[in-house]
Design a protein around this ligand. Structure first.
Ligand code: SAH
Length: 350
């Protein structure tokens, strides 16, 4: 296993042969350990209302150019029923952040309605991932009891100083860590992650990120390149990263896969946006999850976290994956083996 110094050197390296060797090596280990199956999470970006002001994000509260929307319950359920017909067995509900009591009750009802889809047959129904930001322990518990079982909350950067440069003072690093711990305590499959190529970010930050993921013993990871949004203040900072966002994301995926072989790792939309080969290379580097966007086209221009966000149809994703001999596994939840291993349980849906 590589030590800290080797990992730092690898992340700093500009040598394309070294990158190729890393990906080839990781790919062969991965095929042995978790095979070539890719699982889907249909992404529904149900609301862009946001109380937060993350300095990198296009839907931040202060961006008055965004037209705010929130889908209604019927629309969300219709999208998910249609996804179910297409073979999706997991969805991810994502939105801007609001921790109002009414908002969480509304979401809890939606989670329950999704769980009802297909009730009455002996099939497992739909697995639900949430990505709706920082809430209280009690609110997370309500969502868990309603039937959500995975939660994504990226730490964005595990370095406290860098984190605070990316967020206004009211958004505290400690609070985000507390949320991750609460989610784990409740029993969620917990996913976190970081952006890569952030202004001021270097290889040492990323090494610390990997150590953070290991210490938290995460079940899922989502890492993607930082992409500018001209309405977000971070796009105007003079600081740059010395890291290339695309190749460094591939390296981070490969390192994460070799250090944490049984977790789920996503080939993020940002990775697919920044390079036409992003999907295939992200999968080859070690990702085993793809999140096709199910948000109806009329909302998509209002959910631009970063510019030129790419939307790829499921058929295109499937044929790109087939070219590199990976296969989409529909009709399965595709939970991470790691989760069951850490709880000492069997995966009931395997
Ligand atoms: N408010 C929710 C959802 C956030 S959007 C939450 O906090 O979990 C999901 C992810 O998009 C964020 O965690 C962030 O890592 C990523 N993102 C936001 N702006 C971005 C940008 N400019 N470039 C790349 N990724 C970005």
């Amino acid at each position: 296993m590589k030590d800290r110094g080797n990992i730092t050197d690898l992340l700093n390296s500009k040598d394309s042969d070294e990158l190729k060797a890393l990906i080839d090596d990781t790919e062969s280990i991965r095929r042995q350990k978790i095979g070539n199956k890719i699982y889907l999470r249909g992404l529904v970006e149900f609301s862009n209302y946001c109380d937060r002001d993350c300095l990198y994000c296009g839907v931040r509260n202060s961006n008055s150019r965004v037209v705010r929307y929130k889908m209604d319950q019927n629309e969300i359920i219709a999208i998910i029923k249609s996804a179910y017909q297409q073979g999706y067995r997991s969805v991810c509900l994502q939105s801007g952040e609001t921790d109002s009591a009414a908002g969480v009750i509304w979401l809890t009802d939606i989670v329950k309605s999704i769980k009802d889809i297909n009730s009455g047959t002996d099939e497992q129904g739909i697995g639900i991932t949430l990505c709706v930001g920082e809430l209280s322990y009690r609110q997370y518990l309500e969502l868990w009891e309603a039937g959500a079982h995975r939660y994504l909350l990226r730490i964005e950067s595990s370095d406290r100083v860098l984190f605070q440069k990316l967020h206004p003072p009211a958004q505290r690093y400690e609070k985000r860590v507390e949320c991750l711990e609460a989610l784990k305590d409740i029993g969620f499959q917990v996913g976190t992650g970081v952006m890569i190529g952030l202004p001021g970010q270097n290889a040492e930050h990323l090494v610390k990120d990997i150590e953070f993921f290991q210490a938290l013993d995460v079940d899922m990871l989502g890492m993607g390149p930082y992409i500018l949004h001209s309405d977000a203040p971070l796009s105007r900072t003079k600081a740059r990263s010395i890291l290339d966002p695309y190749t460094t994301t591939l390296k981070m995926i490969a390192l994460a896969r070799s250090l944490m072989p049984e977790i789920n790792i996503v080939a993020s939309t940002a990775l697919q946006t920044i390079n036409p080969e992003g999907l295939k290379m992200g999968i080859r580097a070690g990702a085993n999850i793809v999140m096709p966007v199910l948000t109806p086209p009329r909302y998509r221009d209002q959910y631009l976290l970063y510019e030129d966000k790419k939307h790829t149809a499921l058929q295109t994703i499937a044929s790109e994956l087939a070219e590199i001999e990976y296969q989409i596994e529909t009709h399965k939840w595709g939970d991470p083996v790691h989760y069951f291993r850490r709880l000492g349980k069997e995966d009931p849906h395997c």
